[in-house]
Design a protein around this ligand. Structure first.
Ligand code: NDP
Length: 247
């Protein structure tokens, strides 16, 4: 159990795999009550069953973050079940690398919808409760791709730059509500993220790179826990980390 994590109600989007799943396990082990959203309900149920069988508190709500009513329903479930929301982790994301000239316009739409609008919907759903509570913590997941732009990464990088801009704007606006905001910007982490790339050359390049450098998702979960467990008067604005092997 961890002092400033124990008992907190934490909503996590994209909790069915990768960083979100690892964070759910890590925070539940530290005593948080976790509320898990994603589209693959079977994966969420398996995780919730595993956590609750082990005495942890967890619920799952099927959520597509591109649908603002579903994101609101996810947060409302946290309030209904646990009476409050302490932390909102806007983690759900898609990375579909391709050069602009491949014109994968549907994939641009999907990345903007999930990575940018999904984060905004998470803020819109969680913040009214945090305003009332006069406390709360919004954690948005950006990336090293929110700091630099890589070939075949223009749109993904644009979405992750947008997450940082939104988060920084939010940070400056929520002082009256005693709210904390944190951006977490990981480098390469071994998850299912590259599996959605349909551009063959980009897919192969990323897979090779990830095989060489990527670190386990627990690296991210520890960063989230570090931000949450600080004393309430300390706001970790951003954590940027890379695998030691990543340039
Ligand atoms: P995964 O592909 O393993 O996980 C992505 C998660 O997002 C899944 O749980 C998926 O759930 C969910 N998701 C995707 N689309 C939607 C949607 N429309 N509605 C709800 N949930 C959705 O990848 P990661 O764990 O790596 O990615 C998590 C976050 O971390 C992303 O924002 C990513 O950009 C970011 N990131 C990852 C890095 C890495 O190297 N892995 C590096 C830097 C940042 P489901 O399909 O069940 O809906």
């Amino acid at each position: 159990m961890s002092k400033n994590i124990e008992g907190k109600v934490v909503v996590i989007t994209g909790a069915s795999s990768g960083l979100g799943e690892a964070t759910a396990r890590h925070l539940a082990a530290a005593g948080a009550k976790v509320v898990l959203g994603a589209r693959r309900e079977d994966r969420l149920r398996t995780l919730v069953n595993e956590l609750t069988a082990d005495g942890k508190e967890a619920i799952a709500v099927r959520t597509d973050v591109t649908d603002r009513d579903q994101v609101k329903a996810l947060v409302d479930s946290a309030i209904e079940k646990f009476g409050r929301i302490d932390v909102m982790v806007n983690n759900a994301g898609l990375m579909q690398q391709s050069p602009i000239e491949a014109f994968k316009v549907d994939e641009w739409d999907d990345m903007i919808d999930v990575n940018v609008k999904g984060v905004l919907y998470g803020i819109a759903a969680a913040m009214p409760h945090m305003q009332k509570q006069k406390s709360g913590h919004i954690i948005n997941v950006s990336s090293v791709a929110g700091h630099k732009v890589t070939p075949a990464g223009a749109v993904y990088c644009a979405t992750k730059h947008a997450v940082r801009a939104i988060s920084e704007g939010l940070r400056s606006e929520v002082k009256a509500y005693n709210m904390r905001t944190t951006i977490i910007s990981p480098g390469a982490v071994a998850t299912e993220l590259p599996s959605h790339i349909t551009h063959a050359e980009s897919h192969e390049g990323i897979n090779q790179y990830y095989e060489q450098v990527a670190v386990p998702p627990e690296s991210f979960a520890r960063a989230v826990a570090f931000a949450i467990e600080q004393p309430d008067e300390v706001d970790i604005n951003e954590i940027l980390y890379r695998p030691t092997k990543q340039e």
